[in-house]
Each structure stands twice: as structure tokens, then as C-alpha cells.
Design a protein around this ligand. Structure first.
Ligand code: AQP
Length: 328
């Protein structure tokens, strides 16, 4: 089985990215042929600084390696190193409905947040994402819940391509975790923890120091009750129950049983401590890896070689099926 997922080199990675995506990436290495891409081309769809983009690329590479990605057991590469992604994106535009792109929640949210320019890149973002996955004929796409709609769209694109041009592409399935698929902002628990638009105090970064994490978790917004249970009218406590369950590797029901009758203070202290210990090894390993930029660059370059070996034949099949370029 082939697994593919992409992650943006934007901002600092947060607990939502870590739980919803990165831990799944690490586990994927034991489940199949795992391919992970740091998507610098996607990062150009909103205002950005080119020098900073390069820095964030190394930051993200170091975080992924620190979390447990092993370049010997997976393919880890930079999207901008494999030109086949952009060509496939264009070719897939012919089987992508304009109306579908117009319905994408992420486009609407991000377009609404732009002050100067809503780029066409933001609109085509999901087609490039489809190209990323379909280029590798991946069977499974590990993502958080916010990417559900984009994976549905890439399935539609692959199906439309196959019925129009003949069986060429694999129709992928999403893999969304049962618990932790949507980690919420600690200050505004009705919205997801996010790189853009989240609250600074409500966003726990993977590289936050222990004191900062503790402060953020202890000041998480809850409700006026005292029962540690998940409920629709308790988004703050429900979120912390899920976080503790994932971090400890137990079921949310077990968390609820353990903290029955203990009140929010003791519960938040336990969550803070558990998150600190959960992220500590990643931060420590990151600090060792990040200074050696040449090693990070070499790892990405080696990953791109392996990625190209899969991408080039797929693109050749797509061009042949579509009648584009010289015949084979
Ligand atoms: N809050 C979340 N809970 C669980 N999973 C999440 N993901 C994102 N937020 C949560 C998952 O993380 C992966 C990488 O997402 P990305 O490449 O879009 O990175 P990002 O831009 O830094 O992520 P954000 O926070 O979603 O930023 P915004 O909203 O500003 O673009 C994906 O698999 C995603 O599902």
C-alpha cells in the first residue's frame, strides 16, 4: 500500500498538525510505502516572503525528522524539486469542475482573509493537492478532518480522468484519525487550532518551551461546570479530553473515568504535564537537527530523487492517455 501526504512549510507547526497529521505520517512508515512532501508551491498562494519560505522549509523538515520520519523508511521531499507536480496540476484542470473549486470551504475562508490579492493559486490549491497525491498513485492520504473535502475532490478528479481517458490513476482514500482529527484552539474552542487566524494563547506550538505550554493549557477556556466529560456544549473540555487521550494513547472514555469528580484545575494540570512530556523529545531532537542546514538539504535532495522515479512514469502515462506531446 502506498501512502502520500503533504504539509505546508508555513509558520510553526502546532499541536493540531502534530496530532492530526505528523503522528500519522510516522505510523505510516510501518504500514506501507510512505511518501511525504513539504509543499512549498502551495505556500506561495498567500502573501509570503521568499527568504522566510526557505527558512520555514528547513524548520518543517527538521520537525518532521525530529518527530520520527526516517529518510531510510520513507520518501521525504520538497514539492518544488519535482516539476511533474505542476504539469500534472495543469493537465488535471481539464477534468476539474470550476463549480467544485468554488465550493471549497478552505478557499472561501482563505480568500475572505486576504486584504490585497486573492490569487488564482489559492483557487487552484486543491488541484495541485490532487496532483501531489495522484502523481504517486497513492492509495491512502493521512490528513486532519479539515482536509476531508479536498480528498473528496481529488477522488472525483481521479474518477473523472479515468472515465474520460481510460484507467490511469489510483482513486485514493483519506485516513482521518478517530480521535484528534480536529484539535481546537484553546482560547476559542469552537474553531480549529490553525497556523493562520488562530489565537496566540490558544495555539500550542510543537517547539514551545514547557513553561509556555503549561501556561497555554492552564489558561484554556472551559465552561462554568466542573465535569470532565465531552459534550456539545463543552467544546473546551471536550477538546482537552481528546488531547489527553491522544497524548496518552488511551480512549477518551478512560480520560473521563479517571478525572470524574476531580474538577477542571487538576484535569488541566494533568493535560499540561502530559503535553509537555509528549512534545519534549521532539523539541530536543529538533534543536540538534535544525542547525545542520546542509544535512537537511541533502535529505530533501535524496528524497526528491526517489520521488521523481515514481512521478515521471505516472506523468508520462497521463500525457499519453490525454494525447499531449509527442506519442510514446
Ligand atoms: N487543528 C487541527 N487538528 C488536526 N489536524 C490539523 N491539521 C491542521 N490543523 C489541524 C492537519 O495538519 C496537516 C498539515 O496542514 P497544512 O499543510 O495545511 O499546514 P498549515 O497550513 O500549517 O495548517 P493549518 O493550521 O490548517 O493552517 P491554516 O488553516 O492557516 O492553513 C493537514 O493534514 C491538516 O489536516
Amino acid at each position: 500500500m502506498r501512502i502520500f501526504s503533504g504539509i505546508q512549510p508555513t509558520g510553526r507547526k502546532h499541536l493540531g498538525n502534530y496530532i492530526g497529521a505528523i503522528t500519522q505520517y510516522v505510523a505510516g512508515q510501518d504500514r506501507g510505502e510512505a511518501i511525504y512532501c513539504i509543499v512549498d508551491l502551495h505556500a506561495t498562494t498567500v502573501p509570503y516572503d521568499p527568504v522566510e519560505l526557505r527558512e520555514r522549509m528547513y524548520d518543517t523538515t527538521a520537525v518532521l525528522l525530529a518527530a520520527g520520519l526516517d529518510p531510510e523508511r520513507c520518501v521525504l521531499f520538497r514539492q518544488g524539486d519535482v516539476a511533474e507536480h505542476t504539469e500534472l496540476c495543469w493537465l488535471l484542470c481539464s477534468v476539474t469542475a470550476f463549480g467544485d473549486l468554488n465550493r471549497m470551504h478552505q478557499f472561501k475562508e482563505k480568500a475572505g482573509a486576504q486584504r490585497e490579492l486573492v490569487s488564482a493559486g489559492l483557487f487552484f490549491y486543491p488541484v495541485l493537492q490532487a496532483a501531489d497525491v495522484l502523481l504517486y498513485r497513492a492509495h491512502e492520504v493521512p490528513v486532519g478532518d479539515d482536509q476531508r473535502q479536498h480528498v473528496e475532490l481529488m477522488r472525483d478528479i481521479a474518477e473523472r480522468f479515468n472515465s474520460r481517458f481510460g484507467e490511469t490513476l489510483v482513486v485514493p482514500e483519506h485516513r482521518i484519525p478517530d480521535v484528534g482529527a480536529r484539535i481546537m484552539d484553546l482560547q476559542e474552542p469552537e474553531r480549529k487550532m490553525a497556523t493562520t487566524g488562530g489565537t496566540p494563547q490558544g495555539t500550542v506550538y510543537v517547539l514551545d518551551d514547557p513553561k509556555t505550554i503549561e501556561k497555554k493549557v492552564r489558561s484554556a477556556v472551559t465552561d462554568s461546570g466542573s465535569d470532565v466529560v465531552r459534550a456539545p456544549d463543552k467544546p473546551g473540555i471536550s477538546n482537552l479530553v481528546e488531547v489527553l487521550a491522544v497524548v496518552r494513547g488511551i480512549a477518551p472514555e478512560e480520560v473521563e473515568r479517571e478525572f470524574a469528580g476531580q474538577g477542571y484545575g487538576a484535569f488541566k494540570a494533568a493535560v499540561a504535564e502530559a503535553v509537555v512530556e509528549y512534545l519534549r523529545p521532539v523539541r530536543e531532537r529538533y534543536e540538534q537537527l535544525r542547525p545542520d542546514q546542509a544535512a537537511l538539504e541533502a535529505a530533501l535532495a535524496a528524497g526528491a530523487e526517489k520521488a521523481r522515479a515514481i512521478a515521471v512514469p505516472t506523468l508520462a502515462d497521463v500525457r499519453e492517455a490525454m494525447g499531449v506531446g509527442a506519442p510514446r
